[in-house]
Design a protein. Structure first.
Length: 272
């Protein structure tokens, strides 16, 4: 058992930025946990493997600059999880040069994104993009020209490589997701509180088991239990408002942050 504090690397998702970690960083500073933020906002148009390669370069530099020679923890939001996993499992899966203690993913599309597939659907893409413009996608969004969106489609080569590579036994994986069991529309108004997913037959359907953008079935990893936080009506037991449980706000949700901090400060360590 160990009470040692490990450096944390924060990785934001698609169409996002490092500022989403502001509230978590407040807690990291209070706990004396060192951190680094990987910023890939300047890599628009790059593929997911290319961003993973840039993350590798960043990790070498931040370790050298700060003298971090031991394990680090990775906290990732959404597609940031896929970027980190691609680096650790596909690019470094055999050598295992990168020393990572645990990977904590918030709402990750680990098996591919039904929403990315909807963005490319010839009959439904326009409707979906219109609903999400200014909320989750920028104005003028063109999914065909967005390589990251293409890479995270369930049938893409990137997702195939991740599924084929498998998880690393030297890393502890955590997956934190939210759900809307009471069917509260304000959870994610764009989709009336629901999340699109692909069922076993490859058909789109709306579910309450998701965060408005990523469904639970997309976040699952083999042998890893999901930490599921259910949204409740406003002011119930002083819990966050329903919209704080949606995908976009996961890094800002105080209950999500509390759980992340528990894992970062925990005594379970597979490296010792």
């Amino acid at each position: 058992m160990s009470t040692r504090q490990y450096p944390v690397i924060l990785v934001h998702g698609w169409n996002s930025h490092p500022g989403i970690w502001k509230r978590l960083i407040f807690h990291l500073n209070a706990a004396g946990i060192p951190y680094g933020r990987f910023d890939h906002t300047g890599m628009n148009g790059s593929s997911l493997p290319e961003i993973a390669g840039s993350l590798h370069t960043y990790l070498r530099k931040v370790r050298s600059d700060n003298g971090w020679s031991g394990p680090v923890d990775m906290v990732c939001h959404s597609l940031g999880t896929c970027i980190v996993r691609y680096l650790l499992e596909v690019m470094d899966g055999s050598e295992r040069e990168l020393n990572v203690r645990q990977l904590i993913g918030l709402g990750p599309p680990n098996t591919g994104s039904a929403l990315a597939e909807l963005f490319n659907d010839p009959t439904r893409s326009g409707e979906i993009i219109n609903k999400l413009t200014g909320v989750f996608v920028p104005r003028g969004f063109d999914p065909a020209g967005d390589q990251i969106i293409q890479d995270v489609r369930p049938g893409s080569q990137v997702i195939h490589n991740l599924l084929f590579a498998g998880l690393r036994p030297d890393i502890t994986y955590r997956v934190i997701v939210t759900t809307n069991p009471r069917d509260i529309p304000g959870f994610f108004p764009s989709f009336e509180g629901k999340t699109w997913e692909l069922d076993e037959d490859g058909k789109f359907r709306a579910t309450l088991d998701g965060d408005g953008v990523v469904a639970h079935r997309e976040s699952v990893l083999p042998g890893i239990s999901l930490d599921i936080l259910p949204a409740s009506p406003d002011n119930e037991k002083n819990l966050p408002a329903p919209d704080q449980y949606c995908h976009i706000n996961l890094p800002r949700n105080p209950l999500v942050i509390d759980l992340i901090m528990q894992y970062l400060k925990g005594t379970t360590d597979k490296n010792e």
